[in-house]
Design a protein around this ligand. Structure first.
Ligand code: GLA
Length: 728
């Protein structure tokens, strides 16, 4: 609910459990007064004024030395005019100067949720969302700034975006345009970021804020394996179940920045948006720029509740479901089974073993096109390699269909190998700095997706392939970071637009794909989990979580990922042991239990699997299908932290009514004479009586949550236990 108090220029956004407030003050500076657990009042009483040394006063303040932008909490911070903390916006004016100084000129409420053209955003209906637009103006620059807020009461979610319009007669250049600025009147906060590398993405890192600026970002042109565009600020004492926590996600798949600054008087400012590194956008008279959407959840009750709110909102209001609520198929992917060495018969052989085990879709990974026999060649040539696949998809797909299997295919549209027909014909289509030889990575270059003609050409080729047979699924991969970012067609003064235009090109092609093939389920992927962000999730309901398929490493990766993203978004497969990435040996049961807390599939040559493993797989697929809704859409509880090296890692999914739950536990290395342990569950109905795995005995919800479930001794390394709880 948005409450406008026109007289006091006070704007209050209420969600079910939180309140967010801003106010245009006596000089029409938009100050931020409150964000936290739901409360009523005009919180501007918290904003204090004092004559602080070296704190400049804006012209309107006259001789009032207590009024300074440097000490006020602001809704969207200025630059170069007296606030020395993190700016939200930087404008280069015709004089060559850099600054921004905004004053509020009005605000309005609209029913429903705003949409952003060409950019991903949460979707809301008139019933469940409202939009606030606040109009700001930089009079000297003749620039208008509109701050957009989407309020989703039920999800405790507030989205934000910013639109900048050049209202003057001369060009201005935007050097920074953050999506979110959030000021806190306290510095007593911890910052949690989600960091890592290829094969170990999104590991949480929590540190108390210290004076100065700290944060994360990416200059890779993708959101990256190294840092995720999702951060949390929370009370020092906050844990899974207790404390006020603020989560902020950016719906953007390119270079981003999320910085928290703890300033001299113990205030904190969080600024998040497109990374200003090499960003410079020219706005001619009348032109506008829109910043990507950011979304915030404040949880008054710990990190677990924050995650569950993000999960619900992402599942129900961000992801566009091509299957219209139907269960996603259990799949088998041939990458770790064959790598580039396959032909149609080999694929069908794997499918033949998979189908009777309950696997429903076959995904053909890299190596099916052009001259692609290893990862040095062929990218860019999107036609079937008929030596491997005689008769093309027209011949292959019916063979799979006969087995009752749907078909999916891998593509990597953004890339090109120099050894390809595409590159030989269009060498200028790759990103290159004219004065330099470009850097290769996986021996490939990046196509210039800031150019519409490049996107159109590649899309045309891929569309022809997808139209040649019944395709149910596409895995959209992207296997390198951007370097040599320079477009052959933009003038020198517009090269600062290439990073962002590239992302817009990717989004546009994904739009075309969704428009032309609305029933295809798209999985995002970038060398594993290198582009796991809310921007991609808008187009691709799931994202391959990591190239690391080892079940034990995955415990950590999926744990970190779960802070923002739901189980149904995390691409996860069972693969062979010893694991290809780290040589670890884990039981098939464990690999299945971990993968099914993701999108669930297999990635191995099942024609080589033992009879015993096949039996386990048959049970796993049946169990997964039976409990699909609970596993994929249930409320998610992290029961332990796998980074603490405890005796086991556990998590739980609970149905919204609390009547059903699935707790999964994976033990670490075995030991002799283990202690007796009990697992304390969460989210149950304390008064209900539960049976576990269909057994005779009954436990009350309160007993299971407070005292715990008595764990059996799990002997042997990395054993798993799945407890299915059902209330009477
Ligand atoms: C990336 C993906 C893998 C696989 C390969 C194919 O590494 O993450 O799953 O598709 O590319 O080249």
């Amino acid at each position: 609910m948005i409450v406008l108090d026109q007289e006091n220029k006070l704007i209050t956004l209420h969600t079910r459990s939180t309140t967010y407030q801003m106010k245009a003050d006596q000089h029409n500076v938009l100050i931020h007064t409150y964000y936290g657990p739901r409360a009523d009042g005009d919180f501007s009483y918290l904003v204090r004024y004092a004559d602080r040394a070296c704190a400049p006063n804006p012209d309107e303040a006259g001789l009032d030395r207590t009024y300074s932008l440097d000490t006020l909490p602001q809704e969207y911070s200025s630059c170069g005019v007296g606030d020395f903390r993190l700016p939200s916006m930087e404008l280069e004016l015709p004089s060559g100067s850099s600054s921004a100084s905004l004053r509020c000129t009005g605000f309005e409420v609209r029913e429903g949720k705003y949409a952003l053209e060409g950019l991903p955003s949460f979707r809301g209906t008139e019933e469940d969302a409202q939009t606030l637009v606040v109009f700001l103006e930089d009079a000297a620059a003749q620039v208008g700034v509109e701050l957009y807020y989407g309020v989703f009461e039920r999800y405790d979610l507030i989205t934000r975006s910013v639109r900048v319009v050049n209202r003057g007669g001369e060009r201005v250049r935007l050097r920074q345009c953050a999506s979110l600025c959030l000021d806190f009147l306290s510095a007593d906060l911890d910052l949690i970021t989600f960091d890592g590398c290829h094969m170990m993405e999104r590991c949480p890192s929590r540190t108390p804020l210290r004076p100065g600026t700290q944060g994360v970002g990416s200059v890779r042109g993708t959101s990256s394996h190294q840092h995720n565009p999702f951060v949390v600020l929370c009370g020092r004492e906050a844990n899974e179940d207790y404390g006020v926590c603020y989560g902020a996600m950016l719906l953007y798949s390119g270079s981003f920045q999320a910085l928290a600054e703890c300033s001299q008087y113990d205030n904190t400012r969080l600024v998040m948006g497109i990374n200003p590194y090499q960003f410079c956008w020219t706005l001619g008279p009348g032109e506008a720029f829109t910043a990507p959407e950011a979304a915030m959840v404040c949880s008054p009750r710990g990190l677990g509740q924050m995650s569950r709110q993000f999960h619900r909102a992402i599942r129900e209001r961000l992801i566009q479901d091509p299957l219209q609520g139907q269960r996603r198929p259990v799949l088998i992917n041939n990458w770790e089974a064959t790598y580039f060495k396959f032909d149609a018969d080999k694929l069908v052989e794997i499918a033949e073993t998979a189908a009777p085990l309950g696997i429903e879709m076959f995904v053909m990974d890299d190596g099916w096109f052009g001259g692609r026999n290893d990862d040095n060649e062929g990218l860019g040539d999107w036609w079937l390699n008929t030596e491997k696949l005689p008769g093309g998809l027209e011949a292959l797909v019916p063979r799979l269909k006969k087995l009752g299997m749907r078909f999916g295919i891998w593509i990597e549209p953004e890339m090109v190998n120099e050894n390809s027909r595409l590159y030989r014909e269009h060498p200028d289509w790759a990103l290159k700095i004219p004065e330099r030889a470009p850097a290769r990575c996986r021996n490939q270059l990046v196509l210039d997706f800031s150019r519409p003609e490049v996107c159109r050409y590649v899309y045309g080729q891929i569309k022809a392939v997808l139209s040649s047979a019944e395709v149910s699924y596409v895995k959209w991969d992207m296997n390198r970071s951007l370097t040599d970012v320079c477009s052959a067609v933009l003038p020198p003064e517009r090269q600062g637009e290439v990073y962002h235009r590239y992302v817009l090109g990717v989004y546009e092609m994904l739009e075309w794909l969704r428009r032309d093939f609305p029933h295809i389920l798209i999985e995002g992927c970038a060398g594993g989990g290198g582009r796991f962000d809310g921007g991609m999730l808008y187009y691709t309901p799931q994202i391959w979580c990591s190239d690391n398929t080892d079940a034990i490493d995955r415990l950590r990766i999926q744990y970190g990922t779960s802070f923002c993203y739901p189980v149904s978004a995390m691409g996860a497969h069972v693969s062979v042991v010893p694991n290809e990435e780290n040589q670890r040996i884990t039981p098939m049961e464990t690999r299945g239990a971990v993968a099914m807390s993701g999108t669930f599939g297999y990635e191995m040559d099942l024609s080589k699997a033992s009879q015993e493993d096949k039996e386990v797989i048959r049970r796993q697929t049946a169990f997964f299908k039976e409990h699909y809704d609970l596993i994929q859409h249930g409320d998610y509880y992290r029961l332990t932290d796998p980074f603490r090296n405890g005796p086991y890692t556990a998590w739980e999914q609970v149905s919204p009514d609390g009547r059903e739950a699935l707790a999964t536990l994976v033990a670490g290395c075995t030991r002799a004479a283990p202690p007796f342990l009990a697992l304390r569950l969460k989210g149950l109905d304390p008064d209900a009586m539960y049976q576990v795995n269909g057994g005779e005995e009954r436990w009350s919800g309160s007993a299971l949550m407070e005292a715990g479930y008595p764990l059996p001794m799990l002997l042997g390394d990395y054993r798993t236990l799945q407890l299915y709880l059902k209330a009477d």
